[in-house]
Design a protein around this ligand. Structure first.
Ligand code: PLP
Length: 360
């Protein structure tokens, strides 16, 4: 090690799902939407003044999109923070809200970016085990008679990832009410797929921050737009932190695309219904093949094969150009996380599983 390296910050980075660029693959590994974004999104980009969109800096306040989100959800002024994908929003939220020496808390099986942000920002954290059914127990977050150690904040993905299991709005309310002196972040990346949003709770709880993304249900992972909704005080603090790092983070064309997506509600709802139908079928087909499947409120299923090792199945599917996700943790290694694709893509998956199981 060189002397200068002693002053280098060393972190263990988050490992994102692979993004192979070939066309002839079936990509069920990062929960993207199998359907295209609304035609209105494509048209809005095509009709944009590309010279301005490229040559000029984007709007640092994301005013037009902020307004569209406010109107869509019926919010008050100053309740919306827009970021470069919800990973950016969450990262800014961690930096803004978790400035305490007490550990923040989140489940031990959840979005694996949370511990990475905590480490890079020097935020102490404690992981709270999910139960044997991979459920988050709200009692472990101070609800009811549960033992409650002081914490510096709470983060819950609801529905959770990679399990797909959702808490009810009532349970989220209980967690928020049990933790009035810290910020509670609820990451609702998948809530459009049948989860119950915490949005109605915002009215009475200024310490609640809800984080959403355009990457999944709105089929715009490549545009990198996410947002947070919270009290004006909390959103104001996040904007101050964000503007202390980088002013012009959201590309003009992405903002334009996001506004157009919100304007096409009918298309949005129809594609969610498509995914939910295919999800129901996928659960049945996997169960037929001996998988145990956790109850999903998302656009993916977390499923454990019974007759073959999950890691091996993951490899075999990869060899057939079907990409799913396998997390090698103690509690997760029995499972595969499988994104819901089109019906045709899922049929190819089932056929591949049959072929693989036949040889083992
Ligand atoms: C996909 C995902 C995100 C991040 O999505 P962005 O593309 O950065 O908006 C955040 N949280 C969870 C739980 C996710 O699955």
């Amino acid at each position: 090690m060189y002397k200068w390296e002693e002053n280098i910050r060393k972190v263990e980075p988050y490992v994102p799902g692979a993004q192979p660029r070939q066309k002839d693959i079936i990509k069920l590994n990062t929960n993207e939407n199998p359907y295209p974004p609304s035609q209105k999104v494509i048209d809005a980009i095509r009709e944009s003044d590309l010279d301005t969109a490229m040559r000029k800096y984007p709007d640092p306040t994301s005013n037009e999109l902020t307004k569209a989100i406010k109107e869509y959800y019926g919010l008050e002024d100053e309740q919306v923070f827009v970021g470069t994908g919800s990973d950016d929003v969450l990262s800014i939220a961690f930096l803004t809200c978790f400035n305490s020496d007490k550990p923040i808390v989140f489940p031990d099986v959840t979005y694996s970016f949370y511990p990475v942000w905590a480490k890079v920002y020097g935020i102490p954290y404690r992981e709270i085990p999910v139960d044997d059914g991979m459920r988050v127990r709200v009692e472990d977050y101070g609800v009811g008679e549960g033992k409650h150690e002081p914490n510096g904040g709470v983060v819950i993905a609801n529905p959770n990832a990679p399990t797909g299991i959702a808490l009810s709005r009532k349970e989220i309310l209980e967690v928020v009410e049990a933790n009035p002196d810290v910020v509670v972040i609820v990451d609702e990346a998948y809530v459009d797929y049948s989860g119950e949003s915490a949005l109605p709770l915002l009215m009475d709880h200024e310490n609640l921050l809800i984080v959403r993304t355009f990457s999944k249900s709105r089929a715009m992972a490549g545009a990198r737009i996410g947002f947070a909704i919270g009290s004006p005080r909390l959103i104001g603090a996040m904007n101050d932190v964000a503007q202390s790092i980088n002013s012009y983070t959201k590309p003009t064309l992405s903002l334009t695309a996001a506004v157009a997506s919100i304007a096409d509600e009918e298309y949005f709802r129809a594609r969610i219904d498509d995914v939910l139908k295919t999800r129901a079928r996928t659960v049945l087909e996997l169960k037929k093949r001996g998988f145990s499947v956790l109850p999903s409120s998302t656009n993916f299923v977390f499923a454990a094969p019974s007759r073959i090792d999950a890691g091996l199945l993951y490899e075999e599917l990869g060899d057939r150009k079907i990409y799913v996700r396998h997390f090698n943790g103690e509690k997760t290694k029995k499972y595969l996380r499988i994104t819901i694709g089109t019906d045709r893509e899922m049929d190819s998956l089932f056929a591949a599983i049959d072929e693989i199981m036949h040889t083992y």
